[in-house]
Design a protein around this ligand. Structure first.
Ligand code: BMA
Length: 371
């Protein structure tokens, strides 16, 4: 399959817009390639192309949160990237965080200036990379950050008829304005993966499992999707539904808003625990379990799946990435995004920086994904 053929195929798909699923011609060698459309029937051509790239991708893409903005003990230095410095390549996927944007703050909750973020999203896109976003938005009842789970009812308060609904729409307006300002060199909107209300099987955010009902969660998602696509005319997003840990299909889909509101499936997964060897075994077992559950379902639904966040804080095991690769490489996960390397917290990093003892292992992991 030549790259040109793929580009042409994507262009055709894009021009067809609302086409749901087309098997490509069988009289050439392209029978494995399917042209697919994301949920938003008005998605831009570039967004459709990104969805197809992910759907038909074969290699595991490797991502890192905030990679171009800062890293272990540095901040906003042109061209720097912890991933580039350890592996020789910039991330395939760059993660960004919008928390703070809703309040009109110029800088996000992890000290990334939103103007720099826009610039880095453009750089990532220019290099052929993919941008993905989370939104740790503030708690609208208490005014504290998203980890304040002291009160139930934030979700119900922002749903239509709730006392905070109008204010929440203003937050979504700010969000819409920002994502509508992410444009490439030809003034086309850059497609973005949007992963709202994530880790929903846990209860550490105001939208978590114990903090709202199943129906409230689904309504929140659908309201967000409909408001952005229909009221705000935002058509450069692919919507990613990403849980935290789950042991069965029932839990994974308990709060799933529906196939027509979700483009990618995934989960966030971390290694925790003081006994490193034991914790690593548990982590790999859990990763395999979740991959085995999700992969066939994603295939059946015609949606790509990914490990949307992952890591072991401080990269404490020197062959951690190799062991991870053994579990992940045989799957059809489209990408894995490692969490951030904080510039100002010595131990808060999830990929090794240059000179770290796990750096060769991380490089080998990334090299393997290129073969
Ligand atoms: C967490 C930590 C926090 C950060 C948050 C949102 O996992 O890294 O320091 O503020 O993610 O990016």
């Amino acid at each position: 399959m030549s790259k040109h053929y793929l580009t042409a195929l994507y262009a055709v798909v894009a021009s067809l817009g609302s086409l749901s699923c087309v098997q490509s011609s069988s009289n050439d060698n392209s029978s494995q390639i399917q042209a697919v459309s994301p949920t938003d029937s008005l998605a831009t051509a570039e967004t459709v192309a990104l969805f197809n790239r992910l759907y038909n991708g074969e290699k595991l893409l490797v991502g890192h949160q905030d990679d171009l903005s800062y890293g272990h003990s540095w901040y906003e230095i042109e061209g720097r990237s912890d991933m580039k410095e350890t592996t020789g390549i910039y991330p395939d996927v760059c993660g960004w965080e919008f928390g703070g944007l809703e309040l009109g703050d110029p800088v996000n909750i992890d000290s990334v200036d939103f103007n720099n973020m826009r610039k880095h999203m453009q750089e990532t896109h220019r290099m052929g990379g993919i941008n993905t976003m989370t939104w740790h938005s503030y708690n609208l009842i208490t005014g504290n950050n998203c980890w304040d789970v002291s009160v139930n009812g934030v979700v119900s308060a922002i749903l239509p008829d709730g006392p905070k609904h109008a204010q929440y729409l203003k937050w979504l307006d700010r969000f819409a304005d920002f994502v509508s300002s992410i444009k490439d060199d030809n003034d086309n909107l850059i497609p973005l993966l949007f992963r709202p209300y994530h880790e929903l099987t846990g209860s550490w955010f105001w939208w978590g499992r114990d903090l709202c009902s199943v129906e409230e969660y689904k309504s929140l998602w659908r309201m967000t999707y409909n408001y952005l696509t229909q009221e705000k005319g935002v058509h450069n997003l692919l919507y990613v539904y990403s849980t935290s840990n789950f042991n069965d299909t029932t839990l994974f889909f308990e709060r799933y808003p529906g196939d027509e509101f979700v483009d990618l499936l995934g989960f966030d997964i971390y290694q925790y625990g003081e006994d490193l060897a034991l914790a690593q075994q548990d982590f790999l077992k859990q990763l395999k379990l979740q991959a085995d559950i999700l992969s066939p379902i994603a295939k059946e639904k015609g949606k790509p799946w990914a490990v949307c966040e992952a890591g072991l804080e401080s990269c404490l095991i020197d062959n951690w990435f190799t062991e991870l690769g053994k579990v992940l490489a045989p799957t059809d996960a489209r990408y894995i995004l490692f969490w951030r390397n904080a510039r100002d917290r010595e131990n808060h990093f999830y990929i090794p920086y240059e000179g770290h003892s796990a750096a060769p292992d991380f490089k080998a992991f990334v090299d393997n994904t290129r073969q």
